[in-house]
Design a protein around this ligand. Sequence first.
Ligand code: ZN
Length: 300
Amino acid sequence: MAPETETSSSDYEITLPTTSPPSASSPTPMHSTPSKCKEEMYVGQEFVSFASFKSAMLRWAVSCDFKHRYQKSDRQKNVVVCADKACDFEVRASWKQAIQGVEVTVAVPTHTTCLGTSTKRLPVNNHTFLREAVPEIMTVGKNTTPNEVIAAVMWHYNQKMKYQAAHRVVKVLQEKNMQTEMEEFRQLPQYVRIMRKLDTMGEYFLDVEEGSNRFQRIFVCPEASRSCFINSPPMIVLDSTLTTSNLPMPLLVAVCPDPNNEVALLAWAVADEENEVSWRFFCERLALYCVPSCYVTIYV
Ligand SMILES: [Zn+2]
C-alpha cells in the first residue's frame, strides 16, 4: 500500500483518512469519501451495462473532485484507478451472466495520496460528463444560456465550470434535442404497438399521412384514465396548449374530475396543427373509446 501523505491545501473540504482503506472484499457500502461527494459505489452495486457504470463513475469523479482512469476496459471487466498512480482508490466491475448486467466486485473508495494535488483540468469541464449530467439537472431549451448551465452545475455539483465548456454543452444539447425529437417521432409507430400490448384496454391511435407517412396526430387514453372517468361525475373539459419542444405542436387535452373531485387527465392528443380536423379526430376518438354514455357534459 502506498504511504499516506499530508496535505495542506485549503481548496478541499476533505480530511485524509487516518485508518487504512477498507478491505476490498467488504460487503457493505463504504462511506469514506468526502462529505461533499454525492456519488459513491459499493461492492454488489449493479448496473445495466458498462456504459451506465462508466457514467456513474464519471459523476462520482466530478462530485468528489478526483481524476480517474481505466486500467482495463473490455466487455467482461472494467478496472478504474485514480489518475495519481500512488493512490489506493480502485473500483472493479465485472459482467455477470446471472444478472445480465454489471456488478461492482471491488470498491476501495478512499483516496490516499492524490488529495490536495490540484488537477489542471477539473472533471466538471469534461464534455462527456456535461453531456450526460446537464440534461439530468435542467432542461436545455432553445433559449438556454451558458450562464444558466454554470449556475445549475454550481448548485448541484458545487463546482465552478468554465464558460467555454458551458457554451459548448449548450450548443451540443440544443442540437441533440432537435435530433432526439425527430428520432422520437420516428419511434411513434413502435410506441403505439408496444402500448397496445402493455395496456390492452387503453386507446393508442396514430394518424399518418398516406403515402408520405408524415406524422399528423396521435391519440392516447390509458385504461387507468378511462376507468377513473367511468367512476367519476360525467363531466369533461377540453382545452389545448402548445408543446414546449423544439417542434411546438398543439397538445389537445381532456380532463375530468376523479372520484375525489380532483382533476384527472383523461386523454390527450398531439397534432401537427390545431384546426377542426384535429379537434374532430380527438373528439371522435374520445367519444368512441372513453365516453360510454351520451349524458356527459363537455366544456370547451
Ligand atoms: Zn486518488
